[in-house]
Ligand binder design. Structure first.
Ligand code: SF4
Length: 239
């Protein structure tokens, strides 16, 4: 799979942004995350080799993982991105956003019911922003929709929003000051997904994870490994 960062930089806008990995990485390198600017990779999907083939191979492309693709500062540049996405139907472009309420303002004129090669993941972290964001997300014209509940900061009832979703991913927060993840919250979302026949993935534990009433401090290198070991991922059944 490939990665495409047409621009980089972001501003915190949601409860889950507190320990944002981009801000943390930038702080270590003394880079200002608030400086949102186009990158040298802006044209990456349509860049060609000398023989005329695209440099970027067909397949899944993670879009905007150093920003939020729907951030206001990207408005002047996003139209060119949609054109490149349209030019590459052999690639599937996946982006996460904490700004789903901006979605309709960010669309190209020919979006219609959505491009077949775009997957949008709406990020939610607690019940309050799940209700606010998913009630918008549910009605948007998008061909492929996923929900990302990471970092999960509390129990969430999202069952009423699962119609039409392809995948729900869940994970805890990773940081020395992380807010704790209760494994019961994870299992609850898993059950909701099973009831609605939506695929579910547990991506990572939290640095502080509560299980059976006991609080565990899990090293960063173990977070995804421990989630995999739980073996609770679930695939939607073909009906
Ligand atoms: S929206 Fe995403 S990239 Fe932007 S600050 Fe929040 S967590 Fe970081």
């Amino acid at each position: 799979m490939a990665r495409w960062d047409p621009w980089r930089g972001c501003r915190r806008c949601s409860d889950g942004c507190l320990h944002c990995y981009i801000h943390k990485g930038d702080a270590r390198r003394k880079v200002d995350t608030g400086d949102i600017h186009k990158t040298k990779d802006f044209d990456k999907p349509v860049a060609r080799l000398k023989n005329g083939e695209y440099k970027m191979k067909p397949g899944l492309v993670y879009l905007g993982f150093s920003t939020d693709f729907l951030i206001e500062e990207g408005d002047p540049w996003r139209g060119d991105c949609w054109r490149m996405i349209r030019q590459r139907p052999d690639c599937t472009f996946l982006f996460l956003t904490k700004r789903i309420e901006r979605f309709r303002d960010c669309l190209p004129g020919d979006w219609g019911g959505g491009y077949e090669n775009v997957v949008v993941c709406c990020t939610v972290e607690n019940q309050e922003n799940a209700d606010r964001k998913l009630s918008v997300f549910r009605d948007l014209p998008i061909r492929h929709k996923c929900i990302t509940a990471q970092p999960l900061l509390g129990p969430i009832d999202l069952e009423g929003y699962l119609e039409g979703m392809e995948l729900v991913t869940v994970g805890g927060e990773s940081d020395p000051g992380a807010r704790q993840l209760d494994y019961d919250w994870v299992l609850s979302i898993r059950q909701q997904c099973i009831r609605k026949n939506v695929s579910f993935e547990f991506r990572q534990c939290g640095t502080y994870t509560i299980k059976d009433g006991k609080r565990y401090h899990i090293p960063t290198r173990e977070l995804t490994k421990q989630a995999r070991a739980a073996a609770i991922n679930w695939k939607a059944q073909v009906l």
